[in-house]
Each structure stands twice: as structure tokens, then as C-alpha cells.
Design a protein around this ligand. Structure first.
Ligand SMILES: [Ca+2]
Ligand SMILES: [Ca+2]
Length: 196
């Protein structure tokens, strides 16, 4: 690659990053919308933002329109198909190798063991918080070093006040239909001038 082309690529990259400052080395930030009002009273996912800080940490932010505070019976799941292969990992979770789970008590990280069993590995670096949605922070090294993967998000809320208890929830991304990072559209190239 010639120096001029490298300079052009760098310029286009900086244009793509806009005013956000330094371009991260990782996958940057991708957003995934989910409709509001597609669940009947359940914790309603309105969108997901995934970001890679370029220093080995992934953040998953799951916005939940109708639950400013996490209720005791409510769980938020992010299932991660680390190898993007539907034929490996948990067959009931779209081929996920890892699953993040957030409850009122905090966050957990589960790793598929086959069998079929999950192991809870929950590294100390795992972060979880909730404010009008769930935020998970996890190191890529705790997910087998992935920087690109498929994932899906779900909520589940169990209402113990009914007999029998009722479970409702929302799904976003179905069976791992979201891909991180999203392919970003290439910036339009300026039309080459015809005259020399
Ligand atoms: Ca929704
Ligand atoms: Ca898999």
C-alpha cells in the first residue's frame, strides 16, 4: 500500500469517527434497535448498544423502556455466539458459548460446557449495573478473546403475585441474529476528476 493510499485510508477513517476523538483499535460502537410496545407489559427492550473500548473491554447496554428500576423477578440476558457458528455451543441459545445474566443481585457470566450444562465463571472484572436498562462490562479475554461475534438479548420477568407465577419477556436479535461489530457503510469516495 502506497503512502498516499494509507493517508487516504487514515483520512476516511477519521471522517468515519467524526468528532468522537481517537479511533479505538477494537470494533468501536454498534447500535441495534428493537421496537417499543412489542411485548404486553413485559420488560420492553428498546435498543442495545455494544462498544469495544479498544483496550479489551466490551460493554453491552440494554435499554429497557418501561422498567426504570430492576424488579426482583426480572432478569436480563445477553447470549454470545463467540464463534458465530450455530452448530457449536448451546443448541437452545442459538449456538451461544457464553451468556451474561443480570439480576437485582448483580451480574453473572456463564460458559457453555456441553453436556448440556453451563458453568458460572463470573470473573471479578465483570461489571453490572441497572438504570432504565442493564449495562454489562466484560473483558474479551473472559469470552475466549472474541472481538467479533453474534449475540441476542432477552428479558424475563416472573410475576409471583399470580397463581401460578407468570413469566413474560422480550427478545431482541432472536437467535443470535445481531452481529458485532456491524459492518459500517464505506464512506463515499469523492468522484475522481477526469481531467489530469
Ligand atoms: Ca421491545
Ligand atoms: Ca457457537
Amino acid at each position: 500500500m502506497g503512502a498516499a493510499i494509507i493517508a487516504l485510508v487514515l483520512a476516511l477513517g477519521l471522517m468515519g469517527a467524526g468528532a468522537a476523538g481517537a479511533t479505538p483499535h477494537g470494533g468501536g460502537t454498534s447500535t441495534y434497535p428493537d421496537p417499543i410496545g412489542d411485548v404486553n407489559g413485559a420488560p420492553d427492550i428498546s435498543g442495545i448498544t455494544v462498544s469495544d473500548d479498544g483496550a479489551g473491554t466490551l460493554t453491552f447496554q440494554v435499554a429497557i423502556a418501561n422498567r426504570p428500576v430492576q424488579t426482583p423477578g426480572m432478569r436480563v440476558y445477553v447470549s454470545i455466539n463467540a464463534d458465530k457458528n450455530f452448530g457449536t455451543g448451546a443448541p437452545n441459545s442459538g449456538g451461544a458459548e457464553f451468556e451474561l445474566e443480570g439480576t437485582q443481585a448483580g451480574g453473572e457470566l456463564h460458559a457453555w460446557q456441553g453436556g448440556p450444562t453451563w458453568a458460572t465463571i463470573s470473573p471479578s472484572s465483570l461489571g453490572y449495573s441497572y438504570a432504565s436498562g442493564a449495562t454489562f462490562r466484560v473483558k474479551e479475554s473472559d469470552l475466549g478473546g472474541v472481538t467479533s461475534f453474534r449475540f441476542g438479548v432477552a428479558t424475563l420477568e416472573i410475576d409471583m403475585s399470580t397463581n401460578p407465577p407468570t413469566a413474560t419477556g422480550d427478545f431482541a436479535g432472536g437467535s443470535q441474529e445481531f452481529v458485532f461489530p456491524k459492518a459500517t457503510p464505506k464512506p463515499k469516495k469523492p468522484k475522481p476528476k477526469k481531467k489530469h
